[in-house]
Design a protein around this ligand. Sequence first.
Ligand code: FE
Ligand code: ZN
Length: 510
Amino acid sequence: MAAKRMNSKKRYELLTRNMGWETTYQSMDEVFPYDKFEGIKIKDWDKWEDPFRLTVDAYWKFQAEKDKKLYAIIDSFAQNNGQMNISDARYVNALKLFIQGVTPLEYYAHRHYAHLGRHFRGEGTRVACQMQSIDELRHAQTQIHTLSHYNKYFDGLHDPFHMFDRVWYLSVPKSYFEDAMTAGPFEFITSVSFSFEYILTNLLFVPFMSGAAYNGDQATVTFGFSAQSDESRHMTLGLEVIKFMVEQHEDNLPIVQGWIDKHFWRAYRVLALVSAMQDYMLPNSPMSWKEAWDVYFVENIGALFDDLSRYGLRMPKYHEVATAESEHLSHQVWLTLYNYSHAAGMQTWVPDDKKLDWLSEKYPNTFDKHYRPRFEMFRQMEADGQRHFSPGLPQLCQVCQVPMAFTEVVAGDAMKISRRVSTYKEDRFYTCSDGCRDVFEGNPAKYAQAWLPVHQIFQGNCGGAELADVAKWCHLQPGDGGEHVGSPDQDRWKKWRGEDTVKPTVMAAE
Ligand code: FE
Ligand code: ZN
């Protein structure tokens, strides 16, 4: 008689359980020094439900298939000069932001899940983290390989990892992720696997990948899908880890809720950059930031927390602020970037008429009232030869590191800058919101040390006092950022398309 087939859960348990052992030469606490100090109490690591249930050989086979498809598409994209079929050269700025600000996070995730794959006591948990670590390295690699094609034809894509460590707006994603990496393992996994990957991942990937589809960038769509299919496993891990912690001990609940609150807010502030990309950088936007927020956060995450309420968990603190801000966020961030892009690795511009009308339609309550007149003024200034860049440096929020440009929308004053002040060791620290203030005051000793680009420039740590010195130190080259109109990117584009007054002599002969 044939042996009865085990179900996949049972089979996978046999693969991952009892692979470890109780150490004897050293105490378990010394071998696993990190998984207790945060206060999370685990009674039985074997209660962990494996979220992936994928063996290594099946994993390699599966990923190799995806890579084969991706690299075939990248090849044909390159051979057919795919860069000429995108909607417009402005679109490439979304890719600059992606490779400068998101790809380095993939690599961070790779490193830190590997760290967790060593340091959790439970074998099932370690295996899950190790698998995710491999995924994240692949994401970083496929993104670099895909976008390297654009680097041949456009500025701003030549040194993203160097820029990530130095350029001001990139300290927004960098500081969020480093906050998580410098916490304990349970806080990191709550931050990245749950608050980021479960709650907010659609708001990152949908704008970029549907954005790519709407703007003729098949190569980016393909790496997006290739990463997104791993993402569903990562989301499962995020949910599993939350449930595991709260089921293990009642003392864990308030700690976990605190982390959900904190990292929701921090990750949401990172997405402020994505909102501007989505509404302004994409010549053709599939949906507005507000529409995406309503579907992927208000509806989907609302339903998720209805479900999680039986564990005693509630919606992240200040979620209603984020929802109120959804009518303002992208406009405030784009206006800020517009003012400072001369010191950035991506370009900005005043939206064209088609885009202004689209924004008026998508934001009937706010755009015409508060933002459209400003863009029309900037357009007039440009026509008069007065394209404006702010000569000074902005004040940054001590926590999220976004320039202080958010306003008091909840209090009903959309024109008043939102600013909170905290005192720590007789110094004053400024934050942009109640959310960031709470994070600061939850651990002032940590955030008082934040590496704020503006402060560092003033202290002389960034190559010099002049814009050119700082740009050089950041490996920014002329044309990477600044105004798109009249940029080398735009000139090249016009030549390819025959839109230039001077007929091109060579068509991208490379
Ligand atoms: Fe990833
Ligand atoms: Zn902030």
